[in-house]
Design a protein around this ligand. Structure first.
Ligand code: NDP
Length: 354
């Protein structure tokens, strides 16, 4: 079968031939329809994130996927069922307390593999196998957009954790800002417009730009960080009850505290590299304490968050989802899917039309 993989020592995706996988006991065989490309895939290609499966000279790319069950293999799934696979897997197939509790997203480094990112092949191949427990059934109508379930699962988890941090008092949030106008930020922005009265999204681009058009379309306010740095948002707009950081720009983690309203909560999702810079730690500490602010990090998602992510995709208008899809290529011609210009929002490698 065809697969798109990264080889050790290379920083470019390559089309390879691999044997079709055989499902083991408890696994189903899935025929791949579409696989999305995101910032993490670029980090995997550049070698700054993730790691190859042990003993392999390559890793099949891709962790945002949608497929259709080809062989249920006695798992209880139905042949022809559309599914989205989750990302985290037991390391070397060995379970641990996080997987036993159904909370693989809370496992620390070394206690999980991630398909297409660390330790295990991804989904960018004509077929893949997966334990049935890690395949989320979705409705046929959202199959063309199934690759959005995975990023939205990250948002569902972050929102659940944000609400949990504010659950000890009566919290009536009205304002929310997303930092970052990449695919994760824009999907999240739409979700926040459904829950918050006033929403904002931060970028660093001039109009006309497809991401700013999306921000306008969902009724949010665009903030250009070159004109309004994050710590000046309260003066220019208002203090935010909730901030979702999805830039990966490390100073934003700390500026988020200043941009929060009293009793607000900031979720950090971005994954920056090492970077030394100065901050006024005293004022930051003071602000967090005297205004009951909360800042937390969130990575990956639990199985229930994938089901919630699918519900968000179902609720999202098709024209907005279409706006986010800027490239669809076949596996023989993946280069355009890995281009990263300002006109690219979400690129998809399509193995079979959904
Ligand atoms: P992208 O890199 O596509 O998006 C980041 C966006 O932030 C870009 O549009 C970029 O603008 C913008 N940005 C960066 N710096 C600034 C700045 N100083 N001011 C204003 N805008 C800025 O990534 P994704 O949307 O795919 O993901 C967002 C982040 O979340 C990444 O760091 C990614 O690694 C991480 N991530 C984390 C997950 C988790 O579970 N925690 C899951 C998935 C992703 P421009 O394009 O104009 O440069």
């Amino acid at each position: 079968m065809k697969a798109v993989a990264i080889r050790r020592g290379s920083d470019e995706p390559e089309l390879i031939e691999k044997p079709r996988p055989e499902p083991k006991h408890g696994e189903a065989l899935v025929r791949t329809l579409r696989v999305g490309v995101d910032g993490t895939d670029h980090e995997v290609l550049s070698g700054s994130h993730g790691g190859f499966p042990e003993g392999e000279d390559h890793m099949v790319m891709g962790h945002e996927a949608v497929g259709v069950v080809e062989d249920p293999n006695g798992t209880g799934l139905d042949e022809g069922q559309y599914v989205v696979p989750t990302v985290r897997r037991k390391p070397n197939g060995e379970t641990n307390e996080y997987f036993r509790r159904n909370e693989p997203d809370m496992a620390p480094d070394g206690e999980y593999f991630e398909r297409g990112i660390v330790g295990e092949h991804g989904y960018m191949s004509e077929y893949f196998t997966s334990p049935a427990d890690f395949l989320i059934p979705i409705e046929a109508e959202i199959a063309p957009y199934g690759i959005f379930v995975e990023p939205l699962s990250n948002t569902e988890k972050a929102l659940e954790h944000a609400r949990a941090t504010r659950s000890a008092f009566d919290w009536y949030p009205e304002s929310a800002a997303v930092l970052g106008n990449g695919p994760l930020g824009l999907l999240t922005l739409w979700q926040l417009t459904q829950e918050f009265d006033r929403t904002y999204c931060l970028g660093r681009r001039d109009r006309p730009d497809p991401t700013i058009e999306f921000i306008d379309e969902v009724g949010a306010t665009y903030i250009d960080s070159r004109e309004t740095p994050v710590d000046e948002i309260p003066d220019e707009h208002e203090g935010m009850d909730f901030i979702y950081e999805a830039t990966g720009y490390a100073p934003h983690a700390f500026e988020t505290v200043q941009a929060l309203a009293p009793n607000g909560v900031g979720a950090l999702l971005g994954i920056p590299g090492s970077w030394d810079f100065e901050i006024d730690g005293g004022s930051l500490h003071n602000d967090i304490v005297l205004h009951n602010k909360c800042l937390f990090g969130s990575v990956n998602a639990g199985i229930r968050h994938f089901a919630e992510g699918a519900a968000v995709v179902e609720a999202m208008p098709d024209d907005l989802l279409d706006h986010l899809v800027t490239t669809v290529t076949d596996p023989e011609n993946v280069e355009p899917a890995f281009e990263d210009g300002d006109d690219q929002i979400k690129a998809i490698v399509e193995f079979e039309s959904p």
